[in-house]
Design a protein around this ligand. Structure first.
Ligand SMILES: [Zn+2]
Length: 347
């Protein structure tokens, strides 16, 4: 089998002993980007799992380690990709999303693939193209606390089936950010699974239990009688901050910051919030530093947010999710995602 990537170590069918005794030892054994290939009962089919694209999101790695230690033979061949192994091993373990000089690997799955992270993303895509898995899941943790959900480009039976292996919430988005789940465009059903907060032990169980279903079931692309109804959230928009914006997390307004949010703002994750809920504070002269655009680039900020004096409120009932209390992520990525509470599209 040609793998053709010097960037990714190929490790075929490791014995349980060779994995090391702990997740940390397992990562040290891998030492860098790695593809584990686990042969299944049916050698004609393959499924792929990717994880650790972000070095501070351990649930996928822990879940795969736990499964492999048990030695449960998968239904089909399983390809496990581990992305930011070196990043995760920087002390303290699982601390850095990406190293300060590196780009975010999960924003590099698109041309031009020029930086180191871009070349690694391209290598992963090339192997997927070569190996033709029937499905792909990419396992993450959210940066804050909150329930699990999936992210996908498409809402169809196959993407719903993959989601239901892990969680009851599904986010469908046409946003193109260079994330791996955009692999759906190549007609391989692909979902990102956000298992919940990296510090939350429930997130590890969600990853592990979902992985076990994904590797064990003969068919993972036909909706089963799930224990739950899917809650589908369509076409979220992102609240982004202009690069010169300053953000502080504090119980009271910080007059030196453009935007202040309370430290417990994450409690709004996936809840319904009405227009009388105050989200935080924004200096009126800093309003332009907040950006809310549709995937097509249309400014819909006034439909999502409003200022009353310097108090920030929803402009209509909303559901927010992936709210971050990490100022770096808020600035480099986004502060939160939002959909209308009634599911109507933002145009
Ligand atoms: Zn992530």
């Amino acid at each position: 089998m040609s793998l053709g990537s010097p960037l990714i170590r190929y490790w075929y069918h490791p014995t349980a002993d060779s994995l090391g005794d702990t997740v940390e030892a397992f990562l040290q054994e891998m030492a860098g980007p790695t593809l584990l290939h686990i042969p299944g009962k049916n050698r004609q089919r393959k499924r792929a799992i990717c994880t650790l694209l972000h070095g501070n999101e351990p649930s996928g790695t822990r879940g795969i380690f736990r499964w492999l230690k048990q030695g449960v033979e998968p239904a089909v061949d399983i390809l496990c990709f581990f992305g930011s192994v070196k990043t995760s091993l920087q002390e303290p373990l699982f601390f850095y999303r990406h190293l300060p000089d590196d780009k975010d690997l999960n924003r590099c799955f698109k041309a031009p693939f020029e930086c180191d992270q871009g070349r690694l993303a391209k290598a992963i895509l090339d192997i997927l193209q070569d190996m033709q898995p029937e499905a792909l899941i990419d396992i993450h943790n959210t940066s804050g606390m909150g329930p699990s959900f999936s992210v996908s480009m498409k809402q169809d039976a196959q993407h719903e089936a993959l989601t239901s292996l892990f969680t009851e919430r599904m986010l469908v988005t046409g946003l193109r950010l260079g994330a791996l789940f955009e692999y759906s465009e190549r007609n391989v059903p692909t979902v990102t699974i956000e298992c919940g907060g990296a510090q939350d032990p429930r997130a590890d169980d969600i990853a592990y239990e979902g992985i076990l279903r994904y590797v064990s079931q003969t068919d993972v692309l036909t909706p089963q009688q799930a224990d739950w109804e899917l809650d589908v959230l369509k076409e979220p928009v992102r609240l982004e901050l202009r690069t010169d914006a300053t953000i502080t997390y504090s119980e009271a307004e910080d007059v030196y910051a453009d935007i202040t949010l309370p430290p417990n703002v994450e409690r709004h994750n996936f809840g319904r919030i009405t227009t009388d809920v105050q989200l935080g504070w924004v200096k009126p002269e800093s309003w332009d530093k907040l950006i809310v655009n549709t995937p097509a680039g249309k400014d819909v900020k006034d439909k999502i947010l409003k200022l009353e004096g310097n108090r920030l409120h929803p402009a209509q009932p909303l559901k927010l999710f992936m709210i971050t209390t990490n100022a770096t992520i808020a600035k480099s990525d986004c502060l939160f995602y939002a959909v209308t509470d009634d599911g109507s599209h933002l145009k």
